[in-house]
Unconditional design. Structure first.
Lengths: 344, 345, 344, 345
């Protein structure tokens, strides 16, 4: 029933790819698909195993939001920095984070990417520019701005992207951060994945019918909106914002409507509890970012079912290996607890 | 379905004796208090992120919106500082808000409103206004809550004049203290503990209050005084039971209110035992452990026969990983061994 | 030198009164002038005596900003509520606050309006709807929104006005408060006196060249701008916002450009220290709200020099009496310190 | 021209002996530390509301912007939470910010960033990042500062792992501790006290450090231990001088750092005197007084001959009025009388 769809998809579906595709080599396009598929399959495997209680960590799956993470990070260099809120998996993997270190972290092992101190909400790996995360909504935003300020002060050729959600825009620190970054013209992109919900609270109970993009723009920075199921559109828009930042012209805000197919946290979907209509999720599943892009790639003869199957097999074996690695990894000891409270 | 639901469900507590009265869960006790308050006083309202969603703030707000309407039980934007101020402003103008948080960590975003405004307004305007509001939050622990989702912040607030802080340890107290907090004319922080939420207890059906500012003996014994509140009492009682088997009898004092503290009951017990172990769910430095320990040295000194022992968190942020958590949090065994050390020295 | 005037006046000067004057009886117009004059003379007397150190309290004078306070509060009923930041004198007096109680408070006497607990930044008198103030910039804003929420919940026929400054818009809590009040449509008016400075920091070091009005509007509420030296324009604009709120249509934001002729705090002007040009202050003094309105009233034959002199004498005697009262009032005792920490 | 400038100017302090070295004011000592740090390390920058205005943060930042440029010394919007996060983010990426506040009260707006982010990041990311930043703020007192402009908040932060807190009491320490704080690889809060700002002292010209985490005896005596930091030391020393005239000799320990506390020096002194008076510029409950008092009962118990005495603020918000302020703040006489009570009992 369309009437129960509070937040309908407004993009162009698989028609939306054509304008962007020309700019990319076929290999690159397939690479983007593979990156999305890899995240999807990793998330699904995490989900499948979650009830075993071996990953004793809260999880916030990005199933449904892969195009945003991949499109965004594909517009970045290794030396660029990504900061993220609690929903870290997509950004971490898309930015080049190590799957083994991720899964070790989620299994609370000492060789996790943060040594079992952070868990799923703190997937951080400075080596690949996954620079910081916070489990506090909005908490990482001014930190990301500070990173951009440091880059500016040191005249480095880098930009910062901070991944936030729609609810993050309600935190006062967000407005403060927009104001300061516009004032100082620091090289940052605010990448706002608007999935219309904060946990189980719809946008409408938290904000008046305001236009997030216009709100951001009122802080005096360019603000763009881009179809979050279209990996090419996201990549293109982020590329523009990144170029703007690299050129010393300051911050950009990007609103990215997306939909999460699973519960806010944990495994499985929770739509049946009633906070959103199952029909709404189903309507968005019809524009699943992987499905659409695959359709486009098939339609333009760049991807065959066989090659997808091959990819899936490759990825599945990588995932299986990474889980094995994690499960075989050692636990931290009591002495580890007392490390890194203070830096020397 | 919060992610630690399963963990909390798996905890095993002693079953209460149904012959002593109606047995309900901790969560239901909180829910009853809210429903009673909403029902009896049109000035009461409940707000907080997700209080009206299917998970209903760990179940504590279940059914309230449909019963009392969306103007009296409502969700909020992610704006902790403003919503704390909104609560204070409404309280100053004839309402009695109960502002609920999933985690005390989120209250840190609103310290300016809580500490510098809500707690001080009645003083600053010479008593023209009262600020009858409740700030409710549940301390997280376990299942990877980690450094940013498991802070017990009551210790930071002990020095804030004008604030009251209660920390129930039983379903009975959860209901009775929440009702007292709602009826109090001051800002009251009520810190729950996630690990108590599936505990059952004997809870009267109707309206009753547990007085703010009064502690209670959970157990009597002449050898040592164990003081704490909230989940620390659970650990303290477990330890006391173990120790009783060894012939060591402990007074276990549940402070119930950690600000203002019932100094009398602590000093009275200390007078009998001469030995003090303070147990807390928060850091040992500068918080409740320090306050009670200092109280003993200050006002209970003549009775003190042995060093004060604090049992709480080390000066380390909460780790997320399961193994590290086991090293981090104190348990009954650690309390019992501290007591043995004291009594035998 | 016009080039040193960073923030020029953009209003219509004394020509700006004509459109509004018709709506008011001559008595009412003169009454508004008198209310402004009274505040000016009180402030000047406070300033004159401040060096004597009998008023042991920080002061933030409103000299130059009288039209804003008077215009705004004249649009309110006694039962409406005013909340204010640190710069309280204008709102307190315009809302009907008692001068004796104000001066006793500033002299730290027990019969001060808050019993010597608050001083100049906490002039509060609930009896006249001067409902609360905070010395923390932005601190009072959500409290005022909460008051408006209470009014809405109790279906009372009242509105709330909160006095804030330009810098207050930089505090995150301000954005949060706009969002929530727009969401709930509570009866509140955000009355933002933009005097272009925060202490000695000009707007330009704190905000990009953004439009405060448009910024407020992006939160989905009407946002207006009004000439803050024109008491009639202010009154008219606030009246509209108040009517909007009373009708249950929610909040309004009003930007009110004004200029403070004195230092941020304390007595005297501090322009010579260099943070703003003396020429800027002088240019604004040429559009002194009292001067302009008096010119208009004289031009339209509603006020003579003689009647102004009469007013001045009356007010001077009131002020002298109030200072005498304050100076003769008792100090608090030690027992008073311990009262009202907790409410019963 | 801050409104309490006159008051601070009117305070009378003992003059230092110029034969011992170069005498400068407290404010100049801070200014020198900032200038030295900016000069020697391009990673250091200074930010805060009005650091570049004519009043220059009580004079401490005077001349810095013109010397080091507006990219390294700059004003900020009124956005305390964001600017704290910006400082942390810059610190995590190779810079060393010094974020200055007129009042600690304003730091409360940024507790989420300070407590839950800056202090914990190094731990949370397993040491990948360090957060070398300084949060500087000056405690207000007097001239009607009142409840919202005179809070001493260090007591609230004692339980925050990962944070360091220093509180200088002399111009020498103000410079040396600030330089140490800037060079430290952790977030360090440096709380000044407005009433010390016009004190003169002997201060070496060039670079030197006062170690973080080490207290110092300001005076030796065997009868009682007076412990504190910042302005409390001023009062403690006045009291000790009075008492010496009566034949009572006090150890006065300036903690210099209140987190982590130099427990050794306190316990050592207590071993000699057996009596402890803790003096603080903040509330007595749950803060530094409680921590030191508890330390004595916990680790110094065998030495303790008399009850611990705390001297600090009562459980009341700061009043604005002058007369009320006189009742509110403790003075040397109150400390001296407490010591007399202890020694004679
Ligand atoms: C300050 C704060 N408030 C509340 C929470 C609880 N919380 C965790 S994630 C979340 C939802 C945030 O929504 P959004 O920013 O839209 O991101 P999404 O989860 O939708 O990706 C909330 C409310 C928190 N972590 N931090
Ligand atoms: C949160 C906070 N930060 C800083 C200050 C110090 N302060 C007091 S008044 C003031 C200026 C505020 O400017 P604005 O809001 O424009 O009001 P104005 O003084 O110009 O009327 C500042 C920065 C404060 N009181 N509170
Ligand atoms: Mg969302
Ligand atoms: Mg201003």
């Amino acid at each position: 029933m369309a009437s129960n769809i509070r937040y309908p998809y407004k993009g162009q579906g698989d028609q939306g790819f054509d304008v962007f595709a020309g700019a990319h080599a076929p290999d690159a396009l397939v690479g983007l698909y593979r990156a999305m598929l890899r995240i999807r399959l990793i998330e699904e495997e995490i989900e499948r195993r979650y009830h075993q209680d071996q990953m004793k960590t809260p999880i916030h799956l990005v199933i449904g939001q892969e195009a945003a993470a991949v499109g965004c990070c594909s517009a970045l260099r290794l030396s660029d920095l990504v900061y993220s809120s609690h929903r870290t998996h997509g950004a971490y993997l898309a930015k080049g984070g190590d799957l083994k270190m991720m899964l070790s972290e989620m299994h609370c092992r000492i060789n996790g990417c943060v040594g079992s101190r952070g868990g799923s909400m703190h997937l951080i790996d400075k080596a690949v520019g996954m620079a910081g995360t916070s489990a506090i909504v909005g908490g990482v935003v001014p930190i990301a701005v500070g990173a951009a300020l440091a880059i500016q002060m040191k005249r480095e050729d880098r930009v910062v992207v901070v991944f936030i959600g729609d609810a993050t825009t309600e935190e006062g620190v967000m407005a403060e951060s927009l104001n300061f970054s516009a004032l100082k013209k620091v090289p940052i992109v605010f990448f706002c994945e608007n999935n219309f919900y904060s946990v189980q609270s719809p946008l409408a109970t938290r904000q008046p019918a305001r236009d997030i993009r216009a709100w951001a723009e009122s802080h005096r920075m360019p603000a763009l909106s881009v179809d979050g199921v279209n990996v090419l559109a996201v990549r293109d828009t982020v590329s523009k914002a990144v170029a703007h930042a690299r050129a010393g012209r300051g911050p950009t805000f990007i609103e990215v409507p997306v939909y999460r197919f699973r519960a806010h946290g944990g495994a499985g979907d929770d739509s049946k509890t009633g906070y959103r209509d199952v029909a709404e999720r189903a309507a968005w599943e019809a524009v699943d970012p992987l499905l659409l892009f695959r359709q486009f790639l098939a339609r333009t003869a760049q991807l065959t079912d066989a090659s997808v199957m091959h990819m899936e097999a490759e990825i599945a074996s990588e995932i299986a290996g990474a889980f094995e690695h994690a499960l075989a990894s050692p636990n931290p000891t009591e002495a580890d607890l007392y490390r890194h409270v203070y830096a020397d | 379905m919060p992610w630690d639901e399963g963990l909390v469900n798996s905890l095993v507590y002693d079953k209460p004796d149904p012959s002593e009265g109606r047995v309900v869960s901790y969560v239901q006790a909180v829910n009853e208090a809210l429903a009673l308050a909403l029902d009896s006083d049109p000035e009461v309202f409940v707000l907080g992120q997700g209080v009206d969603d299917p998970t209903a703030m760990f179940g504590t707000t279940k059914g309230l919106q449909s019963k009392f309407g969306s103007h009296r039980v409502f969700d909020t934007p992610l704006s902790e500082e403003a919503m704390m101020g909104v609560s204070a402003g409404a309280a100053m103008n004839g309402m009695r808000p109960v502002y609920m948080h999933n985690r005390p960590d989120f209250v840190l975003l609103a310290f300016n409103q809580l500490v510098t405004h809500a707690a001080k307004f009645h003083f600053m305007d010479n008593g023209q206004t009262t600020v009858p509001m409740v700030v409710w939050a549940a301390i997280g622990r376990g299942w990877g809550s980690g450094a940013q989702h498991s802070q017990a912040i009551h210790g930071m607030l002990l020095g804030v004049p004008g604030l009251k802080i209660v920390m129930p340890s039983t379903p009975y107290d959860a209901k009775g203290l929440l009702l007292s907090a709602i009826l109090d004319n001051n800002p009251v922080c009520l810190f729950e503990h996630r690990w108590l939420m599936k505990k059952d207890g004997v809870v009267p059906e109707g309206f009753y209050r547990v007085p703010i500012g009064k502690g209670i003996y959970r157990r009597r014994g002449g050898d040592v005084t164990i003081v704490g509140a909230s989940h620390a009492i659970e650990l303290g009682m477990q330890a006391a039971t173990q120790l009783a088997g060894e012939g060591i009898e402990a007074d276990v004092i549940d402070l119930r209110t950690v600000k203002p503290i019932d100094e009398q009951i602590v000093l009275e017990s200390l007078h009998n035992t001469g030995r003090l172990v303070v147990v807390d769910t928060a850091w040992m430095k500068g918080g409740l452990c320090a306050e009670i320990g200092c109280l003993a040295a200050e006002k209970g000194f003549p009775d003190l026969k042995a060093p004060v022992v604090r049992i709480g968190l080390p000066d380390v942020p909460a780790p997320a990983g399961f193994t590290l958590e086991q090293f981090y949090y104190p348990d009954a065994a650690r309390i019992a061994s501290a007591v043995r050390g004291l009594v035998r020295s």
